[in-house]
Design a protein around this ligand. Structure first.
Ligand SMILES: [Zn+2]
Length: 356
């Protein structure tokens, strides 16, 4: 029986800029709604799913990724009461503790899989992390949880190769910044074309630096890309690259903002699309999924879809008619997608045999 472990950072409510009278789409309601949905749908009556606790990460855990100066600057800013750092990113007086707890959840999500307590794990944490680089914040992100987990697994748990797959609508620029010249961490990011969306980087031709050329992979998904295009990218790029790389574990930067109802982005994944890409990964690899973005009302539904995909049981009917969706979109979406995929294959072909 496949088993999935879940955790969340219970102190996340302290990272809320509304405490100072401002509103941000990245606020505690996101996680509240997910947890309420899981309770109402009695998810934990199913013995394939269980919650596990997590301790806060230590400063040393964060230091494997971020510079001491950067960590101290965030802590100092919080200690002073917090405020806006800019670039959509805020800090409250308790944010540093929230960040350590979120990173601790990510680390424990790795431990429970490495220890074979669960086949897959999902850390429902906030704020998100994938825009945070070695010494940079941005797009709601302060510490990079996926990178902290990857380095922990390598340095403490002895894993050699880690893959990080980003399915958030926004490119995983912070994660790529951290591992850009590291061939022990394969970074794959499938995201909305950065010409049309923050962080305005994460292009097909950004493939890593010596000695890791070809280990950083960016797929630009044109606006209105949906289930079909994601299926093609996963079949022809993501799954093949994982087979070539043979990671010891796969971390998924799991954003729910590639969903067709997301107002901040312009992609068209539906529940079936999420089911298919998660199950295609889970069929072969042990996954540690970390919550990244997603700001719409169906976050709870998508978490249930994700949990069903992890155990390979599809029981949620998609309420979107794909024919209607396809008819409604611009015809250029598919041709732009094909162009981008072709460019990605030619650039990856310099480093990997992906045609076989
Ligand atoms: Zn996002």
């Amino acid at each position: 029986m496949i088993r999935v472990g879940l955790t969340y950072n219970k102190n996340h409510i302290l990272h809320d800029y509304r405490l100072k009278g401002y509103h941000s789409p990245e606020n505690p309601d996101r996680l509240f709604h997910i947890l309420q949905y899981l309770r109402e749908h009695k998810i934990f009556d199913n013995d394939q799913y269980d919650l596990f606790p997590a301790m806060p990460a230590s400063r040393e855990d964060i230091l494997r990724v971020h510079t001491a100066e950067y960590i101290d600057s965030i802590k100092h800013y919080a200690d002073e009461g917090g405020g806006f750092l800019g670039n959509d990113t805020y800090v409250t007086k308790d944010s540093y503790q929230v960040l350590l707890q979120a990173a601790g959840c990510a680390i424990e999500a790795g431990n429970v899989v490495v220890n074979n307590e669960f086949d897959h794990s999902f850390a429902m944490i906030r704020p998100p992390g994938h825009h945070s680089g070695v010494d940079s914040y941005g797009g709601f992100c302060l510490f990079n949880h996926a990178a902290v987990l990857a380095r922990y697994l390598q340095r403490v748990r002895g894993l050699k190769k880690v893959a990080i797959v980003n399915i958030d609508a926004h490119a995983s620029n912070g994660t790529h910044n951290i591992f850009y010249s590291d061939p022990t961490v394969l970074c794959l990011s499938v995201h909305q074309d950065p010409h049309t969306l923050y962080p305005h980087t994460g292009y097909v031709n950004q493939t890593g630096a010596r000695p890791a050329f070809g280990y950083c992979i960016n797929m630009e998904m044109p606006e209105e890309s949906g289930n079909q295009e994601y299926a093609i990218v996963f079949d022809q790029i993501v799954l093949k690259m994982l087979d070539r790389f043979e990671p010891d574990i796969v971390i998924v930067e799991c954003g729910f903002d590639s969903y067709y109802k997301e107002s901040l982005t312009q992609l068209d994944l539906t529940t079936d699309g999420y089911f298919n890409i998660i199950s295609s990964l889970a069929e072969k690899w042990n996954l540690c999924l970390l919550l990244e973005g997603g700001y719409h009302d169906d976050m709870g539904l998508l978490v249930e879809v994700l949990l069903s995909a992890l155990v390979g049981k599809k029981y949620i009917e998609d309420d979107v008619d794909q024919i209607t969706l396809l008819v409604s979109r611009h015809t250029s979406a598919r041709s732009a997608f094909n162009d981008n995929l072709g460019r990605l294959k030619s650039v990856l072909g310099l480093y990997w045999d992906i045609d076989a």
